[in-house]
Design a protein. Structure first.
Length: 273
């Protein structure tokens, strides 16, 4: 027998108490960590479970949610497709930054435009003899084209309102604004008093053809009829010139009235503003 060969005498090394208790301790630690990890991930996934619950198979809310998505998303997709083919026609629809190239007018184009505007302005300027009445300033201007021939201080409508206490009639004493013309020229005019003249005096108006309506010397030496019962005429109350005191006619001083009468022919335009 070779004494150098190892002999199995049935002896096995024995673990100490420290080595024997290490394995269960590690397993317990790993199991504890695994449980905590599962709980942590369960908390993280809880909101997603709530959101996905309606889509869970067999859920009552599942068909309702799907139908709502279809009803909302499909029309939006259709409108988006229509918007892609939209024709921009207003300034608000044009996307910022996509400006159109600006076409600058040439000097000759500007000169032509200026000449065209000047012709339109010239066409609006009265030609020949005409009269302009400024009711606010109580001024009359006799002009020949753009040339001022004579300026006069006048009196225009007061703007007062008179009501008939015995009826429903009301008169407003304004000088009419607008474009008129001299329709007739009268020397030594006679005033035929209208109804308001008697109402203003607290009297009952007489019949239309009554001689009580006729009054001489009130309108001065001349009168220029401009239509609708209105006149440019003289006045006895020269001290009131420059004030709005009339019943609608334009009162003019004697010298100015004579000059206008002699130099403004019948048909002369009268512009009142």
């Amino acid at each position: 027998m070779d004494t150098n060969q190892p002999q199995d005498n049935g002896f096995k090394p024995r673990r100490t108490n420290h080595e024997a208790g290490l394995g269960p301790l590690v397993k317990s630690a790993l199991a504890w960590l695994l449980g905590r990890a599962r709980a942590f991930f369960a908390i993280l996934l809880w909101p997603f479970r709530i959101l996905l619950w309606p889509f869970k198979k067999g859920s009552i809310a599942r068909p309702i949610i799907i139908a709502a998505i279809i009803l909302l998303v499909v029309p939006l997709l259709v409108l988006e497709g229509m918007g892609a083919r939209k024709v921009y026609s207003t300034a608000e629809d044009i996307v910022v930054g996509q400006s159109l190239p600006e076409k600058k007018p040439t000097v000759s184009a500007l000169e032509d435009q200026n000449a065209s505007l000047q012709k339109k302005i010239d066409a609006l300027v009265p030609r020949g003899m005409h009269i302009i009445v400024d009711t606010a300033a109580n001024r009359l201007y006799l002009k020949d084209g753009e040339k001022l021939v004579r300026e006069a201080i006048v009196s225009c409508g007061s703007g007062n309102i008179l009501s008939d206490p015995k009826g429903d009639r009301t008169w407003v004493f304004d000088t009419p604004r607008g474009e008129y013309k001299i329709e007739n020229k009268i020397t030594n005019p006679v005033w035929v008093k209208p109804d308001w003249a008697f109402v203003e005096e607290g009297k009952t108006p007489p019949p239309r053809n009554s001689p009580d309506r006729v009054e001489s010397g009130v309108l001065g030496d001349y009168a220029l009829a401009i239509g609708k019962g209105y006149f440019l005429h003289g006045t006895m109350y020269t001290r009131m010139l420059g004030r709005n005191v009339t019943h609608g006619c334009v009162r003019i001083g004697d010298e100015d009235l004579k000059y206008i009468y002699e130099n403004a022919p019948k048909g002369t335009k009268v512009y009142i503003y």
